[in-house]
Design a protein around this ligand. Sequence first.
Ligand SMILES: [Zn+2]
Length: 61
Amino acid sequence: MRLFECGSLVPGCEWHTRADNDAEIVRRVVEHMRVTHGETTIRENMINNIKVRIVDESKAA
Ligand SMILES: [Zn+2]
């Protein structure tokens, strides 16, 4: 299982998501960025920032 914690990208945000694959995580995170953080334009470097912060849950603290 893969895990993304929004707090690693947006300090103070406690939202997180889990999925079997990175593509699904990215899809959910982009939606969260739009709805919660008002990011109406998702740039490619935002996608990269998300991808580098997705971790294997077994390795997460
Ligand atoms: Zn967030």
